[in-house]
Design a protein around this ligand. Structure first.
Ligand code: PBG
Length: 324
């Protein structure tokens, strides 16, 4: 035999030398759930290890992460039902707890990278990402709302706004709104190919943001479609996105690879709540070696082509890295 691939696996030094993919803590963005109040930590049953935190305890979480070298976060607000309305108007109150907390984080930890969620659902009495008119999601009435939401977040100090709503034309609308308000340095990470997925269930528990009627299939993508992701990517690029995102990650590794091969923009992937819950549950039951399966899962997303991974495993992965 001339060819013996095993020779390149014969020792750990050699394996380290020929390794093709490396997953770094600096590749990760850690999603955090925020509630109004003080001293509040409400664990999310379907996401063991993840909780909704009030600002004081969220700041403590961020401090622990920063010490582990994890410095990028995306913050999602869990808003009380009484503050939700059809227009998501609470998002536009500059003293709301979400914007207040963004300012506090930036003041305490100026070096961290903060990403926001731009969509109506956390603030909407209809639980939809867009404006509901006559029982339908109205694309063009949603755009100005998203634009104003993004400006408020940029004002509070957000580094990257993350439109997760899947309305047509929103990246361009948000880019123009930000530029007109003087926020030319605020980046946009577009949820380019966000699929209508069953894997968002635990997240909707966390935010209590499930749609009050119907589903999200008129705006989120059909899990059967890959070429359509290229169409969305071309639009996001033309409209001024700084990053493309695929969401969820695991069932869509092929989509991640396709976007990576067809774009020069950085590609991110959102390893979503249901993906986290599955692995946690199997680990808790002792059906899988969690400490080994978790880095393998993250590595697969990186290997598929993601430059950046949004994942609830981020803090634990950083802890594992520090220990090893
Ligand atoms: C909604 C939004 C969702 C997630 C992030 N932003 C859920 C949805 O579309 O219903 C899901 C994240 C996750 O499941 O971890 N704007």
């Amino acid at each position: 035999m001339n060819e013996r691939p095993r020779r390149n696996r014969k020792s750990s030094v050699i394996r380290d030398m020929v390794r093709e993919t490396e997953l770094n803590v600096s590749d990760l963005i850690y999603p955090l759930f925020l509630v109004d109040g003080k001293g509040i930590e409400v664990p999310i049953a379907s996401m063991p290890g993840i909780a909704r935190y009030s600002e004081d305890l969220l700041l403590r979480q961020i401090e622990e992460c920063v010490q582990l070298g994890l410095k990028s976060f995306v913050i999602f607000p869990a808003v009380e039902d009484s503050l939700k309305d059809q227009e998501a108007s609470y998002a536009m109150r500059s003293d709301n707890f979400y914007l207040r907390t963004i300012r506090s984080i930036k003041q305490r930890f100026p070096e961290v990278c903060l990403m926001s969620d731009v969509a109506m659902d956390p603030y909407s009495s209809d639980g939809h990402d867009g404006y509901v008119r006559n029982g339908k999601i109205d694309n063009d009435l949603t755009l100005p709302i998203l634009g104003r939401m993004a400006i408020h977040q940029a004002e509070a100090g957000i580094d990257i706004v993350g439109p997760s709503d899947m309305m047509d034309g929103r990246v361009q609308h948000i880019r123009e709104a930000l530029d007109a308000a003087g926020f030319t340095d605020t980046s946009i990470m577009s949820y380019t190919a966000k699929y209508a997925s069953a894997y968002y269930g635990p997240f909707r528990d966390a935010l209590d943001s499930a749609p009050k009627f119907g589903d999200k299939k008129t705006y989120q993508m059909d899990p059967a479609n890959k070429r359509e992701a290229l169409r969305e990517a071309a639009l996001d690029e033309a409209e001024g996105a700084d990053y493309l995102m695929v969401k969820p990650a695991l069932c869509y590794l092929d989509v991640i690879q396709t976007l990576k091969e067809n774009s020069t923009l950085p590609v991110s992937a959102y390893n979503v709540s249901g993906e986290y819950a599955m692995l946690k549950a199997a680990g808790e039951k002792g059906w899988i070696n969690y400490d080994k399966a978790m880095p393998e899962m993250l590595l697969s997303i990186k290997r598929a082509g993601a430059d950046i991974i949004l994942t609830y495993f981020a803090k634990e992965y950083a802890q594992l890295k520090v220990e090893s």
